[in-house]
Design a protein around this ligand. Structure first.
Ligand code: 5MM
Length: 343
């Protein structure tokens, strides 16, 4: 019998585990590869993802699910083993990014609207047959002098709700990702502005999810942390970020949601880990908190791999270290000393 939505969501939130976001679209992976002077070829993309998914220690102990792209969901390692078989072996749930990307919103506010609803019902049926247990859709919310507009927040929240209910109909757990972007331009907003916008966005998202009839017990939320923009003069402490993030979430995220898995959003690896750990030290949280990081899990592994299969062991060690640090953070047990000693 297939697992219930709630059981899948809870398995993704297993204590001490989190989600690996490996769903870089082609333009994004091309950017990541370009930084280490690699072309964006099919073989290199396969090798890179094989290196990650065959990090057996990390996958077995610290990772509950991996967000894949359409390409990777059906891909095989160089020796012909399917990525899905590699994940099944490590008891990791395969997930899939189902949005088609964020495109400029009509008008000139600099905002984006995520596309991909047309044909989504049929695609989800196919993904479910291929074994996807969860699916992710990312909405991008911009902060600038005139944004976010009410129109953009509502449009993105509505799309998230339409995607989420379609996922649940297909027996797939929606991982709802409304990202208030902190590392884009101009990026000079304060921590408080991020808190206010994040609260507003979450309020609208849950309003639309309820209107669409989404079962809140059968979904996960993937939000940004409350942080100042990348070019802001605000320098909040780790504890301040943790406190404000939890305050905003408490105010706007119903306790019925089985878990929250944060995106890293351009934070340094150690910041993303430290913030998560500090949040998990706060007592009486209504939901478990973990990671669903892309860059903050992959940065060092990507550079260490450098496009060479012979570097797999070192790159896998780097990935395993980061995954273990974030596992400790998901339990509220991470320390910077441990991070450095073990590095
Ligand atoms: C891995 O990147 C994901 C896909 O982004 P694009 O569609 O823009 O290529 C992205 O949605 C990611 O899952 C989240 O933003 C979390 O990644 P970070 O790096 O912010 O933790």
């Amino acid at each position: 019998m297939p697992m219930s939505l709630n059981a899948t969501a809870r398995k993704l939130m297993e204590p001490g585990k989190g989600i690996l976001a490996a769903d870089e679209s082609e333009p994004t992976i091309a950017k990541r590869f370009a930084k280490i002077n690699l072309p964006n070829s099919l073989d290199l993309r396969r090798d890179y993802r094989e290196m990650l998914f065959r990090s057996t220690e990390a996958m077995r102990n610290y990772i509950s699910g991996v967000i894949l792209t359409e390409e990777t969901l059906e891909q095989h390692a160089a020796d012909g083993t399917s990525f899905r078989a590699i994940m099944a072996d490590a008891d990791v749930i395969p997930g899939i990014k189902v949005d088609r990307g964020a495109f400029p919103m009509p008008g000139d506010t600099g905002e984006k609207i995520t596309e991909g609803l047309d044909g989504l019902r049929q695609r989800l049926e196919q993904y479910a047959k291929l074994g996807a247990g969860f699916a992710k859709w990312r909405a991008v919310i911009t902060i600038n002098d005139i944004a976010p507009t009410r129109n953009n927040i509502r449009a993105n929240a509505h799309s998230l709700a339409r995607y989420a209910i379609l996922c649940q109909e297909a027996g797939i757990v929606p991982v709802v990702e409304p990202e208030v972007v902190g590392d884009g331009e101009p990026g000079n907003h304060s921590l408080e502005r991020c808190a206010q916008v994040t609260g507003d966005v979450l309020e609208n998202v849950f309003k639309e999810l309820r209107l669409a009839g989404v079962d809140l017990g059968g979904m996960l939320l993937k939000p940004n942390m409350v942080l100042p923009g990348i070019n802001s003069r605000d320098r909040p402490s780790v504890d301040e970020v943790a406190r404000r993030t939890v305050e905003v979430l408490r105010e706007h995220v119903p306790a019925a949601v089985p878990g929250i898995a944060f995106l890293s959003g351009g934070q340094t690896d150690e910041e993303a880990t430290a913030h998560l750990s500090a949040m998990n030290k706060i007592v009486g949280l209504p939901w478990p908190l973990t990671f669903s990081y892309g860059r903050a899990l992959q940065n060092v592994a990507l550079r260490t791999w450098a496009g060479r299969r012979e570097n797999f062991p070192q790159a896998q060690a780097a990935f395993t270290h980061r995954a273990r640090m974030n596992s400790l953070a998901a339990l509220g047990q991470w320390t910077s000393e441990q991070d450095r000693l073990a590095a």
